[in-house]
Design a protein around this ligand. Structure first.
Ligand SMILES: [Zn+2]
Length: 305
């Protein structure tokens, strides 16, 4: 544990679970105010595609706290005791290695701004390449489908760009199907010999018809057959966190439904661009592309409430 003195301010910082470089600084507006912050993080790894849980303890209660990192905003939450705040920060799949600044912005009960930075060092990660053979219409879609594909991309991007200020999720995220994971997150995909965008989800092995359970509470914001993803369900877990499930054979929910952890949202299938039945699960956190397994891990390990 370290104490950093900045002018008259004492700032306390601790790196827990994973060793990380940290740095704290005070905004000029606060110089002269005797405020202390203890910042810690937990993560499976500090690498592209990982979720980092950041916790902040302040000696004075705060009204609100958000983090900004790599131009993305992450809303923090407080469990009743407004001197303790927790937030999930996403390290996007294509983040280059190096130091990443997490700028924390808040407001104390007197309405005064509170600002400090926390630094983590992201290590490089090499993602393997996978070769897949699919129907040629999924590699070079016909002209007639291009408008539809563009429209679907826009709709999904708009959903991920929306941050619901309420937090729906509680506790750790559960596995949506019992099976093992197949193809992993971040793999560079080559379809019929042609390179395509990286795999932004994790695939779970499952037979057709296996019930898919909501990994946590949320609101259903999309139930639709998409060109590449086939039958797709998106759950808004709140605070910019989304689950996207693809290739379903059947839906069990409708747009607007509130779902609870463990509730069946649909059945595993093989619709869209697939080589066989499986469940594809993508997680977005304030648009950052992160590994669902990292999300499951960090909340289980750090005891996210
Ligand atoms: Zn997949």
């Amino acid at each position: 544990m370290f104490v950093i003195k900045l002018g008259r301010r004492k700032v306390l910082a601790a790196g827990l679970f994973v060793s990380g470089v940290f740095a704290l600084s005070a905004s000029s507006s606060l110089l002269g105010v005797d405020e202390e912050f203890k910042v810690a993080h937990a993560a499976r790894a500090l690498q592209p595609g990982e979720v980092v849980l950041v916790s902040v303890d302040s000696n004075r209660p705060l009204k609100e706290l958000t983090a900004t990192s790599n131009d993305r905003n992450f809303l923090f939450y407080s469990d009743g005791e407004s001197a303790h705040w927790v937030g999930l920060v996403g390290i996007d799949l294509e983040t280059p290695p190096g130091d990443v600044q997490i700028l924390l912005n808040g407001e104390n009960l007197d309405g005064e701004p509170v600002q400090f930075t926390y630094q983590v060092t992201i290590l490089a990660k090499q993602f393997p390449t996978r070769q897949l053979s699919v129907d040629s219409k999924y590699v070079s879609p016909p002209q007639s489908e291009l408008d539809r594909i563009a429209q679907e991309r826009r709709r999904v991007s708009r959903i991920f760009a929306t941050t619901t200020p309420e937090r729906f999720w509680r506790g750790p995220f559960l596995r949506p199907v019992p099976g093992e994971t197949g193809s992993g997150f971040g793999k560079r995909s080559v379809y019929n010999g042609k390179p395509r965008s990286p795999h932004t989800g994790t695939d779970f092995r499952a037979t057709k018809g296996t019930p898919i359970k909501a990994p946590n509470n949320g609101r259903i914001v999309l139930v639709k057959e998409l060109y590449f993803a086939g039958n797709t369900v998106i759950i808004d877990h709140g605070l910019g966190l989304y689950s996207y499930f693809a290739h379903l054979s059947e839906f069990r929910v409708e747009e607007g439904d509130a779902v609870e952890t463990g509730q069946v949202i649909g059945l595993v299938g093989a619709t869209g661009r697939v080589t066989g039945p499986h469940l594809h699960w993508t997680v977005r956190l304030s648009e950052a592309r992160v590994d669902p397994l990292s999300l499951m891990n960090v909340l289980k390990t750090a005891g996210g409430s």
